[in-house]
Design a protein around this ligand. Structure first.
Ligand code: UDP
Length: 315
């Protein structure tokens, strides 16, 4: 039997490239589409020459023609860290709206199943904790994060509309903070910022008083959950993340301990609309997909710190 074909938009990004690896290892043919504005070919260079892998440099907000059969499309293209979407606000809005529309059109044309990468940001600065899928969120549409949050909320809405009106086979994953190798050291997120600072002997920049919380999921757990969701029958959004919640100050202290740095913590202003708490309720993923995260923070952090050490030595 011939292999199933999967298109991964944003396939040269952090999560996208791990998904390329996962689908190749599961016996799929992968077509990676990325315009490389925040993705990087280094993330997929190990797949070059693999007959089951191809790469197309393309901005998915523009029409794309792909010949042949396509069975699955995973839409992961988007700037995804707060400083990226502050630098690229229009591209962020466009890829979530126009890009999602193009991907849905392609899925409809090919009769493919489409999975949308959504986000915990659809919950905004949540006043329900932990966040369950039936919570509608607390998003400031006109704040600096609105470009990402509203683009993803629109993306969910248009995905459900294609499902309801065109009977398209769709899935929506709401991804919570994820980390691991291939994150960019300069993407501005807490984890790469702290690890980079610790390894360079600089002070760790905690924003606000560091009492805000996040819950960090190791990338292999996330990819495993996404694969299970894609193969399931669940059409409505499913949270995938690790519920182990920690304050950002404790997280900085953990990075200091694990890197063995002499760096201290310094405090910087809290960005506008920074969510005060975030923790996924994963009971839906547990019961529907039989999925739960396996990698603890200390183990995941050690692997990620090693990766960043090597990339700093390369630079
Ligand atoms: N943060 C921080 N120092 C940094 C970068 C981020 O204290 O150098 C904080 C940020 O304000 C937020 C949390 O860490 O409260 C997680 O931020 P991140 O950018 O990783 O992603 P977010 O979860 O906000 O999307």
């Amino acid at each position: 039997m011939s292999k199933s074909n999967v298109v991964i938009t944003g396939g040269a990004g952090f999560l996208g490239s791990h998904l390329c690896d996962k689908f190749i290892s599961e016996g799929f043919k992968v077509i990676c589409v990325d315009n490389l504005i925040t993705g990087n070919v280094n993330n997929i260079s190990h797949l070059a020459g693999n007959e089951d892998f191809s790469f197309i440099k393309h901005d998915i907000t523009n029409y794309i023609f792909l010949p042949g059969r396509i069975d699955y499309i995973l839409h992961f293209a988007s700037p995804a860290s707060p400083i990226d979407y502050l630098k690229l606000p229009i591209q962020t809005l466009k890829v979530g709206s126009l890009g999602t529309h193009k991907v849905l059109g392609l899925a409809k044309e090919k009769g493919a199943r489409m999975l949308l990468a959504s986000t915990s940001e659809v919950y905004g600065d949540p006043d329900v904790h932990p966040q369950k899928e039936d919570y509608w969120g607390n998003v400031n549409p006109i704040g600096p994060r609105g470009v990402y949050d509203e683009a993803k909320r629109f993306a969910e809405a248009i995905t459900m509309a294609y499902h309801r009106y065109h009977r398209l086979d769709t899935r929506i994953v709401r991804i919570f903070n994820t980390y691991g190798p291939r994150m960019r050291l300069d993407d501005g997120r807490a984890l790469p910022a702290f690890v980079g600072q610790a390894l360079r002997g600089e002070d760790l920049t905690v924003f606000g008083d560091g009492s805000q919380t996040r819950s960090f999921c190791y990338v292999s757990d996330l990819v495993d959950g996404i694969f299970k969701l894609l193969m399931s029958d669940e059409v409505e959004p499913v949270n995938i993340g690790n519920p182990a919640e920690i304050t950002i100050k404790q997280f900085a202290e953990e990075v200091i301990k694990l890197t063995g740095t002499k760096s201290k913590i310094c405090y910087k202003p809290l960005p506008v609309d920074d969510p005060k708490v975030r923790q996924p309720d994963i009971s839906k993923a547990r019961s529907l997909l039989g999925w739960s995260p396996k990698v603890g923070r200390e183990d995941g952090l050690k692997i990620t710190i090693d990766y960043f050490k090597k990339s700093l030595n390369r630079d």
